[in-house]
Design a protein around this ligand. Structure first.
Ligand SMILES: [Zn+2]
Length: 118
């Protein structure tokens, strides 16, 4: 018997991305201090049909972007990934300290979400 149920396949597709932003270069986190913030780039700007990958549509308003990003973060928060940090998907900033998770963003006050650097 094929070991994957239909339900499992769908949820695997849904986590193609677990965040809506990325940083421009790999290893950015290695040169950041605990209080440094780095600018992030929205993934949907460089992804073909972002909605099919679970990303917000290009030009979506900030509430929609945040709602989708928060859902993705909830998934990522269930798995422990080494070096994960936090980000704000609205202000497009990220920080290396995971203990800031769900703390208010220093710019907009929304809860910071889980962010992977790779
Ligand atoms: Zn923010």
């Amino acid at each position: 018997m094929w070991p994957f149920t239909r339900k499992q396949k769908i949820s695997m597709g849904a986590i193609s991305y677990s965040q809506v932003d990325i940083t421009e270069a790999f290893g950015d986190n290695e040169r950041l201090g605990p209080e440094d913030w780095i600018t992030t780039v929205p993934l949907n700007a460089t992804t073909k049909s972002p909605e099919s990958m679970g990303l917000p549509p290009v030009g979506a308003n900030t509430d929609v972007v945040y709602r989708i990003a928060s859902k993705l973060s909830e998934l990522r928060e269930t798995i422990s990934i080494r070096n994960d940090g936090v980000y704000c998907p609205v202000c497009h900033i990220a920080n290396v300290k995971l203990d800031k998770l769900r703390m208010p963003c220093p710019k907009c006050g929304r809860e910071l979400l889980k962010f992977g650097w790779e």
